[in-house]
Structure formats: structure tokens, C-alpha cells
Design a binder for this molecule. Structure first.
Ligand SMILES: Cc1cc2nc3c(=O)[nH]c(=O)nc-3n(C[C@H](O)[C@H](O)[C@H](O)COP(=O)(O)OP(=O)(O)OC[C@H]3O[C@@H](n4cnc5c(N)ncnc54)[C@H](O)[C@@H]3O)c2cc1C
Length: 449
């Protein structure tokens, strides 16, 4: 269906660009830069809108991973998640954890002006008011995304273990359970779908917990998917829809002319498109840097360990609350995921933190497998300084749309982000109020002349 599309930008400026773009290949109406969950979902909804879409990803090149960060994620779809990463007490807790090499949160000290500015903005957003303002938009995005996952499962003919079995948060300290209960009570009008469980009740829901667990909270609306299956199924579906996926294609930079980006340079040559979607996850700021744009996105490194599924492991997704470790049962495996390390674009594995994840697992669960020799997976989450995604056109470059900054919930928000990107590209009214998500809310144009 072609709905609400405006005349293509290239049609109106063809004569201008043709002269200097000699030698470049025409890619598409819209070219998506980055083939993680955000890029793939964007390509899907753009193609559904009738755009001719090409997607570039460096995967299969030396440093590229097929389909980005999400295949190694916990696979949680979380309508319960209505609090942004930037929230009161996060900074104080983070500072307390700095000296613990196995802690779930860490900032690697480094001399970086970008990091200093990001931390300053993040600190300023850690307020009750910001949490209050962000709740409704996060809730709306999450609910829209769940219904889009439903549609993928029903209509698109690929299976990705989509199950709505809830998420069980389990606690080993009574004061943290009490604090979480009172925080949830204060947001009950926004998010009512939770049940508080005592020591016995939590074991009725999930028996495979250690004796240390004193209670839990069941988030009944949450769901999970096998993320690698979702992404490979979606990539196959894109190809059936006619989307061209160019793997092993590294975007080196963008070219500009009269307020638009007519071409990008890649290791395979230069390509033209009418519109561009920057979906490079944690690398998005690198992709737009040569335009003089400072996109405030910091990489939040995390790890997952995928082990064989045994009968003594939980049968529903379980979040080990104080340790901040997610555990997810898949059909034939089981995954532990955790840690958020602000260490720049560095994908090296810090074994101490992997050990910390497994130590927590043994603390909360009754199972104690021989997991230490299993190689972990590492991924970088793109984190914005207010904990909300950054979705929209970049000012000064009318044909450039950015979709990044999803932090810990990029898989969950993938489908709705893709849909919003397609509506922005079509210049339709987006399905949600974009005020708090706009790309220009804190980014600055650097003067690099
Ligand atoms: C351990 C862990 C657990 C997680 N668990 C969950 C969860 O349970 N639920 C949830 O919702 N989220 C979860 N997340 C977060 C989620 O995985 C991310 O938010 C999401 O994958 C981000 O997707 P993205 O498409 O923005 O970025 P990415 O997946 O990082 O994709 C970016 C893509 O851009 C490509 N790229 C970058 N630079 C270039 C270039 N120059 N040229 C070409 N291509 C380029 C990369 O190759 C990559 O494929 C988790 C993350 C981690 C690390």
C-alpha cells in the first residue's frame, strides 16, 4: 500500500545532484544504515508503506555481527517498563557500584568530553519529574510494540517463540521489594498489571528459586521472544518483500548538499537515496559525525550467557532484581543477561562482570550448572542521556531520520520504532506524540569548520 507519500526528494532536485554524484549507484527511495532490530523493523514498515528500501550493514565484515546487538539480548518484551534509565537514585547507586568489579553497572573512567557532557545531561534528567513525564510515552510505545509483535506472529509466517507468560521480578532483600512495591503503587494508574507475591506465592509461580528469594512481583503483560529467530525471520521476510539487504557494507561517511544528504560513501562505493535512516545503534553518533552533528549516545555494554535448558531452571522469564540480571527460557536453551558498562565503543569482554552475572544466578536460582566455561556474548546498547529513544528528522538535514538511543529496551521497542520511522519518512502524522522523542531535543550542531 502506498499511503500519504510525498513526491520523492530526488525528483525535485535531480538536476542539482546528478552532476556531482556521477559514479554513484542509486540505492533506493530510502536507505537504512544499520541492520540491527531498529534497522530491520524500519525497513519492514518502510517497505509496507511502498518505499523501495535498501539496508546497509557491516555484518559479515571483520567486526560485524549478524543483525546487531539484539540476537544476544534477553529477548524480553516489556510493557511493564515505564521508567526511563535516567531516574532518581540511579547516579548514587552507580557511584556506589564503581569500586565493585562484578557490579551490574560501571563507568570506565576515560578522558572524553562526549562522555562528560552525556553524564551531565543524564544527571540532570535523573528527577521525579522526568520519570513522571516519560511514563505515559514509554507505556504507549511499549503497548503499541506488543500489538505489532502480535501481528508479526500472526501474519508474517515466521516463528520466533513469542510467548506472553509475564516477567517475574524476584527479590532477596525485603527493603528492595518494599521500595519497588511502593514505586509501582504510585504508578498504578499508568501501569496496573502486576501482582505482589510473598515467599510462598512466588514459588507457586516459579519453584526453581533459591531459599534466599523472599518474594516477587509478577508483571502479567510482559512477553518474550527468541531474539535471534525474530531477527533472522524478519530479515528473510524483508527479502521476500523486495528489500535489498547489503551485508558487508560499511558506511564511511555522508555527503551533503543544500541541506540534504544526497549520497553516502561505503566500502562498496557511493550510493544515492532520497531519504536515509540512521539506525546504527551505539555507532549512530559515528555515522553522523562528519555532518558536524554531536548525537549524544553512549554505548552501554552488556553480556549474556546461553546455557543448555535443564529442568531445574525457571520456566518463565525471571528478573533477579537487586543483581539486575534477566533470565529467559527459550525452547532449547536458557539465557542469563546483565551488566551495563559505559566503556565507549569497546566490545572486549570483562570476565569479572560475566562472573558477577553467573554468581547472581546461583544466588537467586536453585540450579547450579557448570556454566563458567561457556563463552559469553557481548553487545552494546545505545543509551541516550534521558533514557528515551531518539526518533525523528535531524534539523538542517531534511532527508535524514535517526532512530537510536533505545538503551535496555531496543528489542521491545523495535516494531513501534520501525512504524514511526515509516510514518516520518512518509510525512504522515506519527502514531504517537513525538515531542519527547524528537531528535533535536538535545543534540547540537558542532562547529567543526
Ligand atoms: C545483554 C543485553 C541484553 C538485552 N536484553 C534486552 C531485552 O531483553 N529486551 C530489550 O528490549 N532489549 C534488550 N537489550 C537491548 C537491545 O538489544 C538493544 O537496545 C537493541 O538491540 C539496539 O538495536 P539497534 O538496532 O539500535 O542497534 P544494534 O543492534 O547495535 O544495531 C546497529 C547495527 O548498525 C550496524 N553498523 C554500525 N556502524 C555501521 C557502519 N558504519 N556501517 C554499516 N553498519 C553499521 C552494526 O553492524 C549493527 O548491526 C539488551 C542488550 C544487551 C546487550
Amino acid at each position: 500500500m502506498i499511503s500519504g507519500r510525498q513526491p520523492s526528494i530526488s525528483q525535485s532536485r535531480q538536476s542539482n545532484t546528478r552532476a556531482w554524484t556521477t559514479g554513484a549507484r542509486a540505492a533506493a527511495d530510502v536507505c537504512v544504515l544499520g541492520g540491527g532490530v531498529i534497522g530491520l523493523c524500519s525497513a519492514y514498515f518502510l517497505a509496507k508503506e511502498g518505499f523501495k528500501v535498501t539496508l546497509f550493514d557491516r555484518s559479515a565484515s571483520a567486526d560485524g555481527k549478524l543483525h546487531g546487538t539484539a540476537p544476544g539480548s534477553a529477548g524480553l518484551i516489556v510493557p511493564s517498563h515505564v521508567v526511563p534509565m535516567a531516574a532518581p537514585k540511579v547516579m548514587a547507586q552507580g557511584i556506589r557500584w564503581l569500586l565493585n568489579p562484578e557490579s551490574p553497572f560501571y563507568i570506565r573512567p576515560r578522558l572524553s568530553w562526549d562522555l562528560a557532557k552525556w553524564l551531565w545531561k543524564f544527571r540532570n534528567n535523573c528527577t521525579d519529574q522526568h520519570v513522571k513525564d516519560s511514563g505515559p510515552i514509554l507505556r504507549l510505545l511499549q503497548m503499541e510494540s506488543v500489538s505489532l509483535f502480535d501481528q508479526f506472529a500472526k501474519n508474517d509466517g515466521f516463528s520466533f517463540e513469542f510467548e506472553k507468560r509475564g516477567l517475574l521480578n524476584v527479590f532477596i532483600k525485603s527493603f528492595s521489594l518494599e521500595a519497588e512495591c511502593s514505586a509501582l503503587e504510585s504508578r498504578r494508574n499508568l501501569y496496573p498489571s502486576f501482582k505482589v507475591l510473598d515467599r510462598e506465592q512466588v514459588r507457586e509461580v516459579e519453584p526453581n528459586l533459591s531459599q534466599r528469594v523472599i518474594g516477587g512481583i509478577l508483571h502479567t503483560e510482559d512477553a518474550h521472544v527468541q531474539p535471534a529467530k525474530f531477527l533472522s525471520g524478519l530479515a528473510d521476510q524483508l527479502q521476500r518483500m523486495g528489500v535489498v539487504i547489503l551485508s558487508n557494507t560499511i558506511v564511511h561517511g555522508m555527503e551533503t548538499e543544500a541541506g540534504v544528504v544526497p549520497a553516502v560513501a561505503t566500502n562498496r562505493g557511493r550510493y544515492l537515496a532520497d531519504q536515509w535512516v540512521v539506525a546504527g545503534g551505539s555507532w549512530s553518533s559515528v555515522l553522523v559525525r562528519n555532518l558536524g552533528i554531536c548525537l549524544p549516545v553512549e554505548a552501554g555494554k552488556g553480556y549474556s550467557i546461553t546455557v543448555p535448558r535443564t529442568h531445574d531452571l525457571p520456566s518463565i522469564p525471571t528478573y533477579l532484581a537487586e543483581a539486575k540480571v534477566a533470565t529467559t527460557p527459550f525452547q532449547d536453551s536458557f539465557r542469563f543477561a546483565g551488566t551495563l558498562e559505559l566503556a565507549g565503543l569497546d566490545e572486549r569482554i570483562n570476565q569479572r562482570r560475566v562472573t558477577g552475572i553467573l554468581r547472581s544466578a546461583r544466588e537467586y536460582l536453585s540450579a547450579d550448572g557448570d556454566w563458567d566455561c561457556i563463552a559469553p556474548s557481548v553487545g552494546l546498547r545505545s543509551c541516550s542521556p534521558d533514557g528515551l529513544p531518539i526518533i525523528g528528522r535531524l534539523p538542517n538535514f531534511d532527508n535524514l531520520i535517526v532512530a537510536t538511543g533505545h538503551g535496555t529496551v531496543g528489542l521491545s521497542l523495535g516494531p513501534i520504532t520501525g512504524k514511526l520511522v515509516s510514518q516520518i519518512a512518509s510525512r504522515d502524522d506519527p502514531a504517537v506524540d513525538m515531542g519527547m522523542l524528537r531528535a533535536d531535543r538535545f543534540f547540537s550542531i558542532c562547529n567543526r569548520s
